[in-house]
Write a protein that binds this ligand. Structure first.
Ligand SMILES: *Cc1c(COP(=O)(O)O)cnc(C)c1O
Length: 423
């Protein structure tokens, strides 16, 4: 903290618009990560702002306790209609995500998914099922349950004694490929046949681990293996959900329907903290019956009308502006640009890209090793707000970023890498 406080000269941001942040001196910065991955429609999209203001004029908050309201009810129906497996015949197991539970951020979307899985088994004949299988490098949020299923040592080790026991398997993005990681999942399912409450994954790309992209075949294999032993698959799509990878949900890249699906970040487009956990009918019905079988869980802001109204408008903008089509058109450009950086800039390695995510590592030694902060500084001088994850330099901008701004962003990243590499 001391070193950080000592060297940090924070950007004083006074405004934002589309893909840009504006500082107190009136300088514009391209926001390379959509302000930690939330502003997928750019900052202050006029339709989202309008939806927020209109909703604030009628109903700003009410608890969903013996109460319902139109934004929450309609949003739930819209999410169910869009979710993986919706309206499709012949999905393995015939499952679809038919129920929506509202929370207020990505961590609590995961937290309640963990509790739903654990409570489901506790009261439906499998009380020993309390363990979760999770991936090395996983990031699922900051609450203690989400930290327990996390796989980044720096975020979890100090809390070790407070965390519940999980089984970590290698990341499918690691050397050895997804097959090796999957073999470990199968081994764990066999080793603890009646103890696994679920497997939790960030499908297809582990964001906070440094944009580690892996084969969708892994998610599919895990789905089949969890079905075979009848345990849950929890998909944390807080980062990947709503188009970032090119598909509406990354689960769809593997053709799977999870039992529980966590959504946040893009869901409310950077205007409100708002999130949802979707569940199958089977999970839902596991809580019916006596009072003691209910899910006793709720945050003050669950289903907040402002957030729900904005989220409905987010979904409408995705449809009206063909945001997924925009990603499909821009994704090849992102991929080519990151490949070029690795070819051309000494010390830059492991180019990878998926949808609107592009990344490289500063792993090639030389001046760039440990140089994330130098890249950050060089980018800032060029009017880019680019925050590396350790030695991973990446972008995950607004999905509707205009073509010229995207070009400026991509060339700015390459120039920043070059400057940092020159020492
Ligand atoms: C950001 C993130 C979370 C946590 O979301 P918050 O809204 O920051 O609590 C959980 N899972 C994944 C995959 C994330 O990227």
């Amino acid at each position: 903290m001391e070193a950080y406080i000592g060297v940090t000269d924070p950007l004083v941001v006074v405004g934002s618009e589309g893909p840009y942040l504006v500082d107190a001196d009136g300088r514009r910065y391209l926001d390379a990560n959509g302000s930690w991955w939330v502003s997928t429609l750019g900052h202050r999209h006029p339709r989202l702002v309008k939806a927020l203001v209109e909703q604030a004029g009628t109903l700003a908050h009410v608890s969903l306790a013996g109460v319902t309201h139109e934004p929450a009810a309609r949003l739930a129906a819209e999410l169910v209609a869009l979710a993986p497996g919706a309206g499709k015949e012949g999905v393995p197991g015939g499952e679809r995500l038919s129920r929506v539970f509202y929370v207020d951020n990505g961590s609590t979307a995961v937290e309640v998914a963990i509790k739903m899985a654990a409570q489901y088994w506790a009261q439906n004949g499998r009380p020993r099922r309390t363990r979760f299988i999770t991936l090395s490098g996983a990031f699922h949020g900051e609450t203690l349950g989400a930290t327990s299923v996390g796989g980044v040592p720096a975020f979890r080790d100090v809390f070790g004694p407070l965390l519940f026991d999980v089984v970590h398997v290698p990341s499918p993005s690691e050397e050895g490929g997804w097959e090796r990681a999957f073999a470990e999942v199968e081994r764990a399912l066999k080793a603890f046949p009646d103890e696994v409450a679920g497997v939790i994954v960030e499908p297809v790309v582990q964001g906070a681990a440094g944009m580690q992209v892996y084969a969708p075949a892994f998610v599919r294999a895990v789905r089949e293996a969890t079905r075979a032993v009848d345990t849950f698959l929890i998909a944390d799509e807080v980062f990947t959900g709503l188009g970032r990878t090119g598909a509406r949900f990354a689960c769809e890249l593997g053709g799977v329907v999870p039992d529980l699906l966590c959504l946040a970040k893009a869901l409310s487009g950077g205007l409100m903290p708002f999130a949802a956990t979707l569940a199958t009918e089977r999970v839902f019905s596991g809580f019916l019956g006596g009072r003691e079988r209910a899910l006793y869980y709720g945050h003050s802001y669950c289903g907040n009308p402002l957030g729900a109204a904005v989220a409905r408008e987010v979904l409408a903008v995705y449809r009206d502006e063909d945001v997924l089509g925009q990603v499909a058109r821009k994704a090849p450009r992102v991929k080519a640009a990151f490949e070029r950086m690795a070819e051309r800039v000494p010390g830059v390695v492991r180019p990878r890209a998926l949808g609107m995510v592009g990344a490289v590592d500063l792993g090639g030694g030389g001046y760039l090793a440990g140089g994330g902060w130098r890249v950050y500084e060089a980018a800032r001088r060029r009017g880019l707000y680019l925050r590396p994850l350790g030695d991973t330099v990446y972008i995950s901008p607004a999905l509707n970023i205009p073509e010229d701004a995207l070009e400026a962003l991509l060339s700015g990243v390459e120039e920043s890498l070059r400057e940092a590499a020159a020492g």
